[in-house]
Design a protein around this ligand. Structure first.
Ligand code: SF4
Length: 280
């Protein structure tokens, strides 16, 4: 009997990543500063098309450099300009919106708190535009925020929805004034909401996306809340173990914002090959 396979209502490439890739594809060759997207398979495909990822400005062997959808530290952009490089900026408009929201709150005399992974290029980009910001990612980081202070809060675009509310509550218990602006982007919200809803109805969830993709990890975390023993985060179809599907009739699929459609299609095709072999 064929298994039921359902893809989450919102899954895979977001418009920001899609636009960035399309832009790089229009260039004969491109030096992309940092990972354009957090998906090793798509990065390898782009490399085969002469789009090279570099992590150091000295490796840019052209007069042009591409800034990724996640944005970039403003100081690094300054160095690019000093070197006379032409900048092809594919920063997602929803990341630029976070810069603007942060600056607006700062203009109101608030100290900026950014909820997000301090090592992520997007968070570094936001922090670099603020005056003396505080980045918090784990609960224990809250001690960095001075008690009684007045803060404006923004967050990484791909943060887990619950995490933002949880941090705002912690800040409210500590600070004299807290003005939060939830800057999780709509595509991320849609993907998280759809993954949560689908994982409630399915027997197993397959979450496809780079192991270096923060939004894919968050989708997996979301599914795990409903299917703690039947959520599997994979990068490619080859990683699936047919045993996972034993006794599972309803298969849900979701994918991070950096996951191209062809990887999703490969997963579906492989699950179909299990229908005859593995009892649902
Ligand atoms: S995840 Fe959101 S902010 Fe990031 S590139 Fe996609 S749409 Fe833009």
């Amino acid at each position: 009997m064929s298994r039921e396979i359902q893809i989450a209502n919102a899954a895979g490439f977001c418009f920001g990543v899609k636009k960035a890739i399309q832009k790089a594809e229009t260039m004969d060759k491109a030096f992309i500063f940092g990972s354009l997207i957090h998906n090793p398979q798509e990065v390898a495909r782009l490399a085969s098309l002469n789009k090279k990822i570099v992590y150091d400005l000295k490796d840019v062997e052209d007069n042009k450099v591409v800034i990724t959808a996640h944005g970039l530290d403003i100081n690094v952009i300054g160095q690019m300009k000093e070197k006379g490089l032409e900048i092809v900026d594919t920063t997602c408009p929803l990341v630029t919106k976070i810069y603007n929201e942060g600056l607006k709150l700062q203009g109101q005399g608030l100290r900026i708190v950014i909820v997000g992974d301090p090592k992520h290029v997007e968070v570094k980009g936001i922090a670099s535009r603020m005056k003396d910001p505080i980045v918090i990612y784990h609960e224990e980081d809250i001690v960095q925020v001075p008690e009684g202070s007045k803060v404006g809060v923004v967050c990484q675009s791909t943060l887990l929805l619950e995490k933002f509310d949880q941090f705002v509550d912690l800040l409210k218990a500590r600070c004299a004034e807290v003005v939060p602006i939830n800057t999780i982007c709509k595509p991320t919200k849609d993907r998280q909401t759809a993954a949560a809803a689908l994982s409630k109805q399915m027997d197993i969830m397959i979450v496809i996306g780079g192991r270096n993709s923060s939004n894919t990890h968050k989708l997996a975390d979301t599914c795990m809340m409903n299917l703690p023993n039947a959520t599997h985060h994979i990068e490619t179809a080859q990683e699936m173990d047919p045993k996972w599907f034993e006794g599972k009739q309803k298969v849900g699929i979701t994918a991070g914002a950096s996951t191209p459609d062809y990887l999703i299609e490969e997963v579906i095709a492989r699950i179909r090959t299990y229908d005859e072999l593995i009892p649902a």
